[in-house]
Design a binder for this molecule. Structure first.
Ligand code: TRP
Length: 340
């Protein structure tokens, strides 16, 4: 692997079906970066992270399959990008333990996800503020630090909610380096812009937790049905409408070219019927994803093909992880006593 490239790394938790918000905010920019010869991307399916919030084995398995198929169908360049499943890299969990031993418990006490869970218990009047909170949730930032530090990743594209985790990864890396010498690279968060936040069916941010998403590879029928459900105001068909407060328009804007956007903006000013705009958006998105959807469906018919790709990715990742973990083990004093 060439040293000159910038290592960009990101993980996708395998608990759901990828939706248009994921596409615009994370997948599309990541796939674009995978074509940049100056970037060495590490993209992985964070299935150990999935265990923190999901205890339905079938769902994790299905989500892993769907997410992997989605990235491949959308054209991830796996000649350049290292695309793998976290659980195929045992060095990740091994490193997570070593990092646990240099991480202050107090640092984890301050993690947003943990604090939010405690606050919820307290609000409910629970006598035990830690009720229902697993060690997995508590230590989640350490596992994430291991994901990142293991590959000396420099840039981590994340949503705003993950900034704190990146700060923690830097803290943990610095602490380790201070104790054992300079082994880890301090990663930097690359925060996605707000413009990349897509609106969902109800006009709020498209998110699994609001149940307002449109799956990237919804069938034609499902896609039409979902778009018909999008909330609009009650203006009559001929009335001029404001595109900038309209969910339909904001969805269109995330996919269309500047000229296309301008044209539709004019249609809004002239007065476009909601039914017409919905049909138009449906046709546009349907065409936009048609070829990729065909590839996606073909991949789902051949999970062995996906499995093969993931194993190739894991082998590439381990070319890096195995020797680096040997170095880390050595650094902390865990090494063969003789014979090298
Ligand atoms: N925690 C991230 C999320 O929920 C996913 C993730 C796991 C991740 N490990 C990572 C992101 C490492 C970036 C780097 O979005």
């Amino acid at each position: 692997m060439s040293k000159a490239k910038v290592v960009v790394l990101t993980g996708i938790t395998t608990t759901g079906t990828p939706h248009l918000g994921n596409y615009v905010g994370a997948i599309r920019p990541a796939i674009e970066a995978s074509r940049d010869p100056n970037v060495l991307p590490f993209y992985f399916l964070a299935d150990y992270h999935a265990l923190i919030k999901c205890q339905e084995p079938k769902r994790i398995q299905q989500s892993t399959l769907e997410i992997a198929a989605t990235w491949l169908a959308l054209g991830l360049n796996t000649d350049n990008a290292v695309f793998y499943r976290q659980s195929d890299i045992p060095e990740v969990t091994e490193l997570a333990w070593i990092l646990s031993c240099v991480t202050a418990k107090g640092l984890m006490n301050r993690a947003h996800a943990y604090k939010a869970a405690v606050a919820e218990n307290t609000e409910k009047g629970e006598p035990d503020p830690d009720k229902g909170i697993s060690m997995g949730l508590f230590c989640y930032p350490i596992l994430m630090a291991a994901d990142i530090l293991l590959f000396k990743a420099q840039r981590i594209p994340v949503g705003k909610d993950q900034i704190q985790h990146l700060e923690m990864a830097r803290d943990i890396a610095a602490r380790f380096n201070h104790l054992y010498g300079e082994h880890f690279v301090l990663p930097e968060a690359v925060v996605r812009e707000e413009t990349a936040v897509l609106k969902g069916l109800d006009g709020r941010k498209m998110s699994k937790s609001y149940d307002n998403t449109i799956p990237i590879f919804a069938s034609e029928k499902q896609l039409r049905k979902l778009i018909l459900k999008i909330k609009t105001n009650s203006l009559p068909p001929e009335a001029p409408k404001d595109p900038d407060t309209c969910t339909l328009f904001s969805l269109y804007q995330a996919f269309a070219s500047p000229e296309e956007i301008e044209q539709v903006r004019r249609r809004y000013q002239q007065g476009i019927a909601w039914g017409e705009m919905k049909q138009f958006l449906f046709e546009y998105l349907n065409a936009y994803f048609r070829d990729a959807r065909t590839r996606y469906e073909a991949l789902l018919q051949h999970p062995e093909e996906i499995e093969r790709k993931l194993r190739e990715g894991a082998a590439k990742a381990r070319e890096f992880a195995v020797p680096f973990m040997r170095e880390i083990r050595q650094a902390v004093g865990i090494a063969p006593l003789a014979g090298g």
